[in-house]
Design a protein around this ligand. Structure first.
Ligand SMILES: NC(=O)c1ccc[n+]([C@@H]2O[C@H](COP(=O)([O-])OP(=O)(O)OC[C@H]3O[C@@H](n4cnc5c(N)ncnc54)[C@H](O)[C@@H]3O)[C@@H](O)[C@H]2O)c1
Length: 334
């Protein structure tokens, strides 16, 4: 099988590529390296340093592929309120180009990576796949809009498609130098520099954290199995919901760090409780949580200790700077 992966130098894309190659299959991967690292790319990947927005190149590189897994994105939830143009372009528009290339190439299966940001704030917890989506940030709105178009275009062209909705994912290779996203990686990076973690609001926001290994298992099912079509799956654990305060404590324990977090004002539109049900993934994909939060954090800490802490890189322009924009970003306090 020949699998086309976008965002192959990123966290999820690179782990998936490793697994597909371990399985003896072939990977063609694209990435423009805006958020990924070339060192993450398995040497056996047929790699192209390309922007997914380039439709012509997507059509060219995708030739002969059977399945497309589209992960490329600038996955910036809260930040997207302040750079809506760039983040939505790089979430929605690039999906259109990858999708169009997939149809032009008559690929048989399209798997789209959405986000739990699609749900927004809901009255009932945990979130289930059938809930009405009410995204509260442009990133979530762009993900959901892209899902709708994936459905429309794949249905019209009789292409199998499935959509995954991961929670917050953790694990080695998560980008650690981006001050705008990846809470666990940011906290680890700061604590290794002897700095206290920064927590928005009271830290009692609830999330689920999934280990990358468990996420890749689910994607593999969608790639190799032919009995799943037109499905949307929440991916990740629902056994325990974790507050940001607990996450900070777990990381501090793994690093033997004396914790005294810096609390800053809540970020606009942040969802307080974002927890997902994994019932559907358990039933249809055979999902089970194999890696606990503690173990996932331990693996990240080990990797970061080996590689060493990194400087935060403010390489995205903040389009809207006003009194609503978190000071941590404007004044580069992370
Ligand atoms: N990590 C999480 O917690 C999480 C949670 C829910 C959903 N997701 C989704 O999973 C997917 C992968 O996320 P990730 O955590 O691996 O992020 P990541 O930043 O590590 O990987 C994304 C990759 O896409 C590349 N990319 C971005 N824009 C591109 C473009 N225009 N052309 C080519 N390459 C481009 C980046 O360089 C990066 O290597 C994303 O779609 C994200 O929205 C992630």
């Amino acid at each position: 099988m020949k699998v086309f992966i976008t965002g192959v130098a990123g966290f999820m894309g690179s782990h998936l590529a490793d697994r597909i190659i371990e399985n003896g299959d072939y990977v063609v991967g694209v990435d423009n390296l805006i958020g990924g690292d070339i060192d993450n790319v398995n040497p056996k990947v047929e790699f192209y340093n390309e922007d997914c927005d380039n439709l012509e190149k997507m059509v060219e590189h995708m030739k002969g592929c059977d399945v497309v897994f589209h992960a490329a994105c600038t996955a910036h939830d809260g930040f997207s309120l302040f750079s809506p143009y760039y983040i939505t372009k790089n979430t929605f528009q690039i999906t259109m180009s990858v999708l169009s290339a997939a149809i032009q190439n008559k690929i048989s299966k399209f798997i789209y990576c959405s986000s739990m940001s699609r749900y927004g704030e809901q009255e009932i917890l945990p979130f289930t796949e059938d809930m009405l989506c009410k995204p509260r940030v442009p990133y979530g709105a762009a993900k959901y809009a892209a899902e709708l178009v994936v459905q429309q275009i794949c249905d019209l062209n009789n292409v199998y498609f499935n959509i995954i909705v991961p929670h917050n994912i953790i694990g080695p290779r998560q980008c650690a130098n981006d001050p705008f996203r990846n809470v666990a990686a940011i906290m680890i990076n700061r604590m290794l520099q002897g700095k206290q973690p920064v927590i928005y609001g009271d830290g009692e926001q609830k999330r689920c954290f999934s280990d990358i290994e468990d996420v890749v298992f689910c994607i593999e099912q969608l790639i190799y199995r032919s009995d799943l079509n037109r499905e949307i799956f929440n991916i990740g654990p629902d056994e325990e919901f974790v507050t940001i305060n607990t996450l900070a404590r777990t990381i501090a324990d793994a690093l033997d760090f004396e914790l005294n977090p810096i609390y800053v004002p809540q970020r606009p539109n942040e969802v307080k409780y974002a927890t997902c049900s994994s019932d559907k993934a358990r039933k249809l994909l055979g999902y089970s949580t194999k890696v606990t939060l503690e173990e996932g954090i331990r693996r990240m800490v080990e990797e970061r200790k080996k590689k060493g802490p990194v400087e935060f890189d403010y390489h995205y322009d903040i389009e809207i700077v006003n009194d609503k924009t978190p000071k941590t970003w404007v004044d580069r306090l992370i």
